[in-house]
Design a protein around this ligand. Structure first.
Ligand SMILES: [Zn+2]
Ligand SMILES: [Zn+2]
Length: 235
């Protein structure tokens, strides 16, 4: 009851407006329940790369080429609604967007619990400095806070680092993407025999995820799973 009173008071003092309908969301998230229900959940995608619309079967690409990533889990299909959310989050840097993204992922039932070690997709330090934050790091922190008991620390002494700035992947050809990403990531510390989870905002082609997975597998990880908010519908 106290929680309810506190929330009503907070709602009164500083209502969170839904980014889609501009009405008070009546919760800390920046999306109201009605607009959350209207998002396109990524139902029955390819089990390896989360490509939407595959009826739960492997997509032609994963059938042809075994990807380095053990699995990709994406809560939503990347469409205009998710693109708008990403714009408010990543480029306008609005408050509570990491929490919002974490809550709507959590509400689809996705869980990070089975991984031994969790990383966020790293940004090169120069890019991070320019943007002021790494949205994937914030998303991992928010998901961690939602899904784990308070006070339990994430394993320390291990790190996934971005060694070079890579160009935007969306418009590059496959060959360019792979060339761009060669040696882009380095693993520090012992990941030997570990099941590793990586949290990212959007999975576009899987090229970045597979480059991280390759570095982690070479460092001894037994499997690498990618978790993200959304997956683009085509390669
Ligand atoms: Zn709304
Ligand atoms: Zn696939």
């Amino acid at each position: 009851m106290i929680k309810g009173v506190a929330r009503n008071l907070l709602d009164y003092l500083a209502p969170q407006l839904c980014i889609y309908c501009d009405q008070p969301s009546h919760r800390l998230e920046r999306i109201c329940e009605v607009c959350e229900d209207a998002l396109t959940v990524n139902d029955a995608p390819c089990p390896r790369c989360a490509l939407p619309g595959m009826g739960g079967r492997l997509c032609p690409h994963c059938l042809k080429e075994d990807p380095a990533l053990t699995s990709v889990t994406a809560a939503f299909v990347y469409d205009a609604a998710i693109a708008y959310l990403m714009h408010r989050w990543k480029y306008l840097g609005e408050a509570n967007m990491s929490l919002t993204a974490a809550k709507i992922i959590n509400n689809t039932g996705i869980t990070l619990k089975n991984c031994d070690i969790l990383f966020a997709t790293p940004l090169h330090w120069r890019r991070r400095l320019r943007r002021g934050f790494n949205q994937s790091e914030d998303l991992l922190e928010a998901l961690w806070a939602l899904q784990h008991s308070p006070g339990r620390a994430r394993p320390s002494g291990v790190a996934l680092k971005r060694q070079k700035i890579t160009k935007a992947q969306a418009h590059a050809s496959r060959r360019e993407r792979l060339g761009n990403l060669q040696g882009a990531f380095a693993v520090e510390g012992n990941v030997s025999g570990c099941s590793v989870g990586i949290v990212d905002d959007v999975c576009t082609t899987g090229a970045t995820g597979n480059a991280m997975a390759t570095a982690l597998l070479q460092a001894g990880a037994s499997e690498v799973h990618l978790f993200c908010l959304a997956r683009t519908p085509s390669r």
